[in-house]
Design a protein around this ligand. Structure first.
Ligand code: X8Z
Ligand code: ZN
Length: 629
């Protein structure tokens, strides 16, 4: 299993209260035949034995699939694509069969753990490729082949600026260039060059959506989006409402940041940044997808001055190599009381971009055998972004190691947002004090430097929120049929305009498929997890700071070296998915709710400052008239 995969979980509320009602829905599968509909009712002991065997079998198949997936993503060829498709096919085929067989245990008075496992078995369908597949073997094979091909298409994606095939750039290089270029023309060319990788994916993507929907419907879900929204220990509708609640809490922060950054961009670029509708051109924000804006800190810097230090420049000046970057991260986890990474991590990980073959550079963390074989696959560079990404990926690996004593179906995050939040919560501890301890900076800047530091963090964390929200809003529309393939790109931009207030730098049409240029779309990785994680990580961070006995402004807290903070974190990690996520949340934070109050507390001084900066500005943007209306 690797992260990011599709995740699966449920809650006590589901198991104890909703399950009897849901069991009818979840286990009343229209087209997967129940094995023994006419046979005598099985006993509880048989159900427990069935679950035990299923877990062992799926564990073996999943290890095979993870190895095939690792080889495909680190060495893309038509053969590794085909081998991955086969391994995924075997896993999904068996998952589907077992889900069908499990129907005969419906209505048995099972212990809660076993009932939860049967629910998770069903929700786990398609883990490995991110989506379900039809039970018809031909259609299933087509599904797994398409999924593997789309993943490979992203990995092979390149932009060749001067049509010289010897001089092409992958996304890791484009990312660094877009972080540093301040030439709007060059930025627009890079933006368009990278986004061109999406167009050839469109028809495969449409077909995969159709196939995965068929798979999801066979299992009783409305569509793939509903299957994804069912992973959160509440109904899909409740989940949607909870997301809206969180967005309402944080949207005002985003709009303040948008207003401020837009003004700074116009000061810098003039007409190249100005639009009558008030939106920001998406190529000017220091990131290929305008998802995190920390790289344009220099443009957004307040009058009080630049950042007190530039971590990226420091790492580059020291020629910090990829293993060294990872050692920094490992050092943090060890200081909390976690183990050293296993020897095999260093032998088997892919930490840099190999030059002799195509790979998927997008960073991910892997748990190949659920024993010790954890790995990272990434194309790390000595940048401050990758300093954070190292902590992020290691968060997945330490979670995987913490829940390894759970049985198969419980070996996952409490929900997928938890999995994404751990490493980010740790990276929030990269404060000036901590960097000084590492010897990376000489002086700790005074508290008066906090507006620059907070602004830099907000450019990454707050700017991301609408992006994190809209990716799956688009996919949910695609899967429900609300957005048809002829409108894929316009629906994508309608959401980017509505939520982010950004606009494409060059004209777009349905000849483009811009969603394909973002890894998680061809990779079929659900994305709402990252929105959740932006909220959760501040809750987790605040809880660790409390456990460490920290008193002071939240943004200056670093729990480096605190065994108490480590123990608090571990109390949540070791649960894996054995408990509903609100219980895991409670073990860590004392509260069983997702709640944006921690993120607001963290940024409060900046929020006040931004309001002051924006007092003469017109906030917001206007949307183009909807052509469908
Ligand atoms: O995909 C990731 C991680 C791997 S799970 C590198 N992230 C999202 C992205 O890059 O789009 C982390 C932040 C959001
Ligand atoms: Zn992740």
């Amino acid at each position: 299993m690797f992260y990011p995969p599709i995740a699966m979980n449920s809650t006590i509320r589901l198991t104890l209260i909703v399950l009897p009602a849901l069991a009818g829905v979840l286990f009343c599968v229209p087209t997967v035949p129940a094995q023994s509909a006419a046979a005598a009712k099985p006993s509880v002991a048989e159900a427990l034995a069935f679950i035990d065997r299923a877990e062992q079998e799926l564990n073996t198949l999943q290890i095979d699939q993870a190895r095939a997936s690792w080889v495909e993503e680190t060495y893309i060829t038509d053969d590794t694509v085909a081998l991955l498709a086969k391994a995924s096919d075997r896993l999904i085929a068996r998952q589907t069969e077992l889900i069908g067989q499990a129907r005969r245990f419906e209505g048995l008075p099972l212990p809660p753990e076993a009932a939860r496992k049967l629910l998770l078995l069903k929700l786990s369908v398609g883990s490995g490729i991110g989506v379900a597949a039809p039970s018809d073997p031909k259609l299933r094979a087509e599904t797994t082949q398409k999924a593997a091909e789309l993943d490979a298409a992203y990995g092979r994606g390149k932009w060749c600026p001067d049509a010289d095939p010897e001089h092409c750039l992958g996304i890791d290089e484009i990312g660094v260039k877009m972080a540093h270029s301040r030439d709007p023309k060059e930025l627009a060319a890079m933006w368009a060059g990278w986004h061109a990788i999406g167009a050839p994916m469109r028809s495969d993507y449409a077909r995969l959506a159709e196939l995965s929907n068929k798979g999801a419907r066979e299992l009783g879900f409305a569509d793939t989006g509903a299957l994804w929204r069912s992973q959160y220990d509440m109904t899909p509708d409740e989940f949607q409402a909870d997301i809206e609640r969180l967005w309402t809490q944080v949207e005002p922060l985003y709009r303040e940041l948008h207003t401020y950054v837009r003004r700074k961009l116009i000061e810098k670029y003039g007409d190249a940044a100005r639009r009558p509708d008030g939106m920001i051109p998406a190529h000017l924000l220091g990131n290929p997808w305008a998802q995190e804006w920390g790289n344009i800190y220099d443009i957004a810097a307040p009058p009080s001055g630049p950042l007190p230090y530039d971590l990226g420049a420091i790492l580059k000046a020291r020629a910090t190599d990829a293993p060294h970057l990872v050692q920094y991260g490992e050092g943090f986890y060890r200081s909390l009381g976690f183990d050293a990474l296993p020897e095999t991590f260093w032998k088997r990980s892919m930490l840099s971009h190999p030059r002799d073959r195509d790979v998927v550079c997008h960073a991910s963390a892997w748990d190949i055998d659920a024993v010790r074989d954890v790995r990272i696959k990434a194309c790390f560079q000595p940048t401050s972004d990758d300093f954070v990404t190292v902590h992020h990926e290691l968060g997945h690996n330490y979670y995987q190691m913490a829940y390894r004593n759970q049985t198969f179906l419980f070996r996952d995050g409490a929900n997928d947002g938890f999995h994404e939040a751990i490493g980010d919560a740790i990276a929030l501890n990269v404060t000036p004090n901590y960097l000084k301890k590492l010897g990376l900076i000489d002086q700790v800047p005074p508290l008066s430097a906090d507006i620059p530091l907070l602004l830099h963090t907000a450019l990454d964390k707050i700017a991301f929120l609408p992006f994190g929200l809209l990716i799956d809003k688009w996919r949910w529309q695609v899967y429900s049929g609300q957005t048809t393939p002829e409108h894929y790109n316009s629906a994508w931009w309608a959401l980017r305009e509505k939520y982010q207030g950004v606009a494409p730098p060059v004209a777009r049409s349905e000849a483009d498929f811009d969603p394909g240029a973002k890894y998680h779309i061809p990779g079929n990785v659900p994305y709402m997890r990252y929105f959740l994680a932006r909220v959760y990580q501040f809750q987790f961070y605040r809880a660790m700071c409390q456990a460490a006995g920290y008193k002071g402004p939240l943004n200056r807290c670093s729990v480096y070296g605190s065994k108490e903070a480590g123990a608090r974190l571990n109390s949540m990690l070791e649960l894996g998915r054995s408990k509903p996520w609100p219980e895991a949340m409670k073990a860590m934070t004392g509260s069983d709710k997702a709640d944006a109050s921690a993120i607001i507390e963290y940024f409060q001084p900046l929020i006040d400052w931004l309001k002051e900066q924006n007092k003469d500005e017109k906030e917001g943007w206007t949307l183009p008239a909807d052509p469908m209306k």
